[in-house]
Design a binder for this molecule. Structure first.
Ligand SMILES: NC(=O)C1=CN([C@@H]2O[C@H](COP(=O)(O)OP(=O)(O)OC[C@H]3O[C@@H](n4cnc5c(N)ncnc54)[C@H](OP(=O)(O)O)[C@@H]3O)[C@@H](O)[C@H]2O)[C@@H](O)CC1
Ligand SMILES: Nc1ncnc2c1ncn2[C@@H]1O[C@H](COP(=O)(O)OP(=O)(O)O)[C@@H](O)[C@H]1O
Ligand SMILES: [K+]
Length: 512
């Protein structure tokens, strides 16, 4: 699902009006109808008090038009126009007149107004600012937003939570509506998915207003929200006469005294995602553990007892996943540097592997093309240095990925795969996955996909999705707290099954 910029949405808007020969006001009516239907299906005519806070632009226009529909169906509506500017939009004014024709008189809020009382059991519709927000709200509007946030009332935002930009972090985080639900017009916005701005969006859903399909289809976007329909086509089916050699040989390299479990997890994940053969490359101390914990895997031990210190792999692997639990002992850093200087095998690099690259950035030039790096925020900072905010972080990661021709998997609640100037935002996963070792499972997953011949970018996008889905399946049965890295591995198979389930389920264009 594409994530369009505000400028692209405005362009789609214009083209739709031209190509479908409809007025902008008719387009607003489509939005209002979609919003109304969503609410009406859930409220079913209840007498709950609904406060609509409407700005004076088209976002406000959507709100005013929605108020009319609600009123016509007998709802108890209270319309407050947030009069932050004299520059009212044409379609706002048309809808305001229609409202007045029906004898609904909004109250006009300005700097001097007393704020309306909002009871906890009321509903707030937030249509103050949409994607037209281009500066911080004035003090009194910020104050109103704080008032809404502290009311405790269920808050539904139209298009975006008011005060939230689609592409940058607001200066005053108290001047942003904390939405319970966002009904977003046509496509989600980038800010919904980043930690600093996504906190204002609890759940979201799309209201489809039928913008020009050709434009939507043909326009390239910097970011995509990756859902099941993007993932299924990436799958490589297994052939009947395939044998284990057809699915490659993964090496999982890592571990040190006290951190052998990281390699166990990656090794198991690599097997579970379908790697033909898996060899764990570990220091001597982990031999017994590995052989016992993962009988399917082979083990090659390093000369080092407690940590890796001289890398010798006695065969040619298909792919190597390295770094989990590796440590950064001087001997290990030296061994990894020496190894990377000569290595030509495709790589997935995580954890201490990334930390070693950060310490010796010269090694980045030696990485094979399209090496996959899987940093969490801390590791990414070591690689890139600091950033101003989440948007700057993405820009810097894109530049880094371009410079070194690597795929960067920025891990988080919405993991984002960055490559070739594009960002692929994952839709699966839950806070239960924020648990020790889940990153090791991800590295094993990606390694196992590369081993089977998935192109590197596909492996990253597909693997991140399956990993999150496996965690979702576990959480749906056990709750967030009980999700462990091992339980994610155990659900990889179920995640595949869910991907190809023939159960007729519609893909909901929504997220939380
Ligand atoms: N195709 C679609 O997607 C459709 C979208 N639709 C809806 O339209 C919405 C976008 O509407 P919009 O362009 O009128 O902008 P909106 O957000 O209402 O702001 C209004 C104006 O406020 C101003 N302003 C900005 N910041 C400010 C500030 N801090 N304090 C004070 N003023 C400030 C700024 O004007 P300025 O003063 O800069 O000239 C801005 O233009 C969109 O979110 C969706 O809900 C639907 O109608 C159907 C079709
Ligand atoms: N709030 C969250 N929601 C969903 N997934 C999360 C969340 N927090 C972390 N994750 C996922 O958990 C994994 C953590 O990886 P990492 O920090 O490397 O853990 P470890 O080092 O313990 O293996 C990543 O895949 C990340 O995307
Ligand atoms: K809004």
């Amino acid at each position: 699902m594409k994530i369009f910029s505000a400028a692209q949405i405005y362009k789609a808007d214009k083209l739709t009006i031209k190509n479908q020969q409809i007025s902008s006001e008719a387009l607003m009516e489509r939005a209002a109808t979609g919003l109304f239907q969503w609410l009406h299906e859930r409220l079913r005519g209840t007498s709950v008090k609904i406060h609509l806070f409407c700005g004076i632009g088209n976002n406000g226009g959507d709100g005013i038009a929605l108020a009319r529909h609600l009123h016509e169906h007998g709802y108890n509506v209270h319309v407050h126009v947030v009069n932050y500017s004299e520059k009212r939009s044409k379609d706002f004014l048309i809808n305001l007149e229609r409202l007045k024709d029906r004898k609904i008189w909004p109250d006009f809020l300005s700097e001097k107004s007393t704020l309306p009382k909002i009871h906890e059991s009321d509903i707030v519709i937030d249509a103050i600012f949409g994607i037209g927000l281009n500066r911080e709200p004035e003090g009194w509007v910020a104050h109103l937003i704080k008032h809404i946030n502290s009311s405790g009332a269920f808050t539904l935002s139209v298009d975006v939570p008011s005060g939230l930009y689609s592409d940058r972090v607001p200066e005053n985080l108290e001047a942003v509506v904390e939405s319970n639900y966002v009904l977003t017009i046509q496509a989600p916005k980038l800010s919904f998915f980043l930690p600093q701005t996504g906190i204002f969006v609890n759940q979201w859903e799309i209201v489809d207003i039928g913008l020009d399909p050709q434009y939507l289809e043909e326009t390239e976007t910097d970011y995509q929200f990756i859902t099941k329909s993007d993932i299924v086509p990436l799958y490589i089916p297994r052939e009947k006469f395939a044998h284990k050699g057809s699915f490659g040989h993964s090496v999982i390299m890592g571990g040190s005294y006290g951190k052998i479990g990281a390699v166990v997890l990656s090794t198991k994940a690599s097997l579970n995602i379908g790697s033909g053969l898996v060899t764990a490359y570990i220091p001597e101390c982990g031999y017994g553990v590995l052989q016992t914990a993962v009988p399917e895997a082979m083990v090659v031990t390093d000369d080092g007892d407690d940590h890796v210190k001289k890398i010798k792999i006695p065969f040619e692997p298909t792919v190597i996943g390295l770094g989990m639990g590796l440590g950064t002992e001087t001997g290990t850093v030296h061994a990894i540097s020496e190894f990377l200087e000569k290595n030509k095998t495709p790589l997935v690099i995580d954890a201490d592997g990334i930390n070693i690259l950060a310490k010796q950035p010269g090694l980045l030039k030696k990485l094979p093309p399209q090496t996959i790096l899987t940093p969490h925020e801390g590791e990414l900072k070591r690689l890139l240095g600091t950033w101003k905010d989440d948007f700057d972080k993405l820009k810097k990661t894109m530049a880094f990925s371009k410079e070194h021709d690597c795929i960067v998997v920025v891990k988080g609640a919405h993991t984002i795969v960055i490559y070739n100037g594009k960002g692929y935002i994952n839709s699966t996963g839950n806070p239960g996955i924020a648990t020790a070792g889940s990153g090791d499972v991800l590295t094993g997953t990606l390694t196992g996909l590369l081993s089977q011949g998935y192109p590197a970018l596909h492996a990253a996008i597909f693997g991140v999705f399956i990993h999150g889905l496996a965690g979702d399946i576990e959480a749906s049965q056990k709750g967030y707290e009980a999700v462990t890295a091992s339980s994610i591995i155990n659900n990889i198979g179920n995640a595949f099954m869910a991907l190809f389930s023939t159960k007729q389920e519609e893909e909901a264009p929504s997220g939380d």
